[in-house]
Design a protein around this ligand. Structure first.
Ligand SMILES: [Zn+2]
Length: 121
C-alpha cells in the first residue's frame, strides 16, 4: 500500500493539512494530475511515486509508490537537498584546482544502488 500526498504532508507538518497554505508549507501539491491516466487528483487520493511524478491510487501500484512516509520524505526532500549540498561542496573543492570551472558545468549523480558518486562536467 503506497502512502498518499496527504499522509506525507501530515508527516512533514506534524499536523493534518487543511488549507492550500498548509500544503505550500509542506512543499506538496493539494491538487494535481495522475501521470498515468491524467485524472485530476487531490492530496488524499494521490501518491508520490519513485519516478518523481504523482499517480492516483488506482494507477500507483504499477508506478512505484512509497511504502512509508519516512521513505518518501527522504527521497522527495532530504535526498535532493543532500545531493545539492554535495554538489556545492564538490564545486568549491574543484574551484581551487580548476578556477575556470563553471557552477553550471557540474552535476552530481549519486548511484544509490552501488553507492557511487559520479561527477560529470
Ligand atoms: Zn491514474
Amino acid at each position: 500500500m503506497s502512502i498518499t500526498i496527504m499522509e506525507l504532508a501530515t508527516f512533514r507538518l506534524k499536523r493534518e493539512p487543511t488549507t492550500m497554505a498548509d500544503f505550500e508549507e509542506a512543499n506538496l501539491p493539494m491538487l494535481g494530475g495522475c501521470q498515468a491516466c491524467g485524472a485530476t487528483v487531490a492530496a488524499y487520493n494521490s501518491c508520490p511515486t519513485k519516478s518523481g511524478y504523482i499517480a492516483c491510487v488506482g494507477c500507483v501500484p504499477e508506478h512505484f509508490g512509497y511504502e512509508t512516509v519516512e521513505q518518501a520524505n527522504y527521497a522527495v526532500f532530504l535526498y535532493p537537498a543532500a545531493r545539492e549540498k554535495l554538489r556545492n561542496l564538490l564545486f568549491a573543492a574543484l574551484k581551487d584546482f580548476e578556477p575556470w570551472v563553471d557552477d553550471e558545468d557540474i552535476c552530481v549523480v549519486v548511484d544509490k544502488v552501488n553507492f557511487s558518486i559520479k561527477i560529470c562536467d
